[in-house]
Design a binder for this molecule. Structure first.
Ligand code: NDP
Length: 267
């Protein structure tokens, strides 16, 4: 029987992860099946435990289960521990569960390798303070960004997130309704507003000509956030590249082979 992997989410039917991992498997000559499993809002721990009991070797975990996956893992990598969130689980040789977070590495690879963004000294605005923000902040800080502003609908959550990264000293926080009046090098939309079909109400003063507006959400033809930037003459990118790159990181953790991402990035 082929090795089994899956993505757990609620909802999960929209997930492109099965197609991405099937592509990686064919490309690298690995025999595996990868399915999408929705265990229901309350069914994550039971569902994923059952999956591993029946021989599953690894899983991706998406909204809203990343914190539950962190709690479930027997041991975590440093970056998962720093994020307090797990998007990849792997069964170790001794049967224990390893938790990893590949979201930040995926974003960084897309920004620096695929898009050629220079992060050293960059001024960065992150919109949202949920699980995705927690996963991407550590790697951004490590990449040497210069200043960071975290803006979230609930300000207390932005404050709590900023406190997780005391090594980043040039950091400010605010509500989404009290954004700074200056322009940033990089603006990351880490809210699910685009998935909800909404455009955030943002002042144009956040944008300079060479700002990159990056939405973690992805959609053919762009998202409300990337369109907001593009309509103002500023480049916008959606999170497809991040999705593909974080999947490649997970695949490497599971299979020990690093797949090529270039074909998928072209979509
Ligand atoms: P969470 O549900 O954990 O976080 C949601 C955050 O967004 C909270 O800070 C919340 O604010 C805020 N928020 C929610 N809805 C709105 C809204 N309508 N307007 C303004 N703020 C809002 O989600 P995640 O952090 O896990 O995911 C965020 C996005 O990132 C999703 O679109 C997800 O698909 C995407 N993502 C993409 C990945 C990729 O590989 N491309 C990987 C991971 C995530 P509050 O605290 O006030 O509730």
């Amino acid at each position: 029987m082929a090795d089994r992997y899956a993505v757990f989410g609620h909802p999960v039917s929209h997930s492109r992860s099965p197609a991405i991992h099937q592509h990686f498997a064919e490309q690298t000559g690995q025999s595996l099946v990868y399915e999408a499993i929705d265990p229901g809002a309350e069914g994550f721990t039971a569902g994923i435990t059952n999956f591993f009991d029946k021989g599953g070797l690894g899983a991706n975990v998406t909204v809203p289960f990343k914190e539950a996956a962190f709690a479930l893992a027997d041991e975590c990598t440093e970056r998962a521990a720093r994020a307090g969130a797990v998007n990849t689980l792997k069964v170790l040789d001794d049967g224990r569960l390893l938790g990893e977070n590949t979201d930040g590495a995926g974003l960084l690879r897309d920004l620096t390798h695929n898009l050629g963004v220079e992060l050293g000294g960059a001024s960065v605005l992150i919109l949202g303070a949920g699980g995705a923000s927690r996963g991407i902040l550590g790697p951004l800080v490590d990449a040497g960004i210069g200043t960071l502003h975290v803006a979230n609908r609930t300000v207390a959550k932005a404050e709590a997130l900023a406190k997780r990264f005391p090594e980043m000293t040039a950091v400010t926080v605010s509500g989404l309704d009290r954004l700074p009046t200056r322009a940033f090098d990089l603006i990351i939309n880490a809210t699910p507003s685009s998935l909800q079909g909404q455009a955030l109400t943002l002042p144009s003063g956040l944008l300079a000509r060479d700002t990159l507006a990056y939405d973690l959400a992805y959609a053919e033809g762009g998202t409300p956030f990337t369109r907001w930037a593009e309509q103002r003459g500023v480049p916008g990118r959606d999170g497809w590249g991040m999705l593909v790159e974080q999947a490649a990181e997970s695949f490497f953790l599971w299979r020990g082979v690093r797949p090529e991402t270039a074909v998928l990035l072209k979509r």
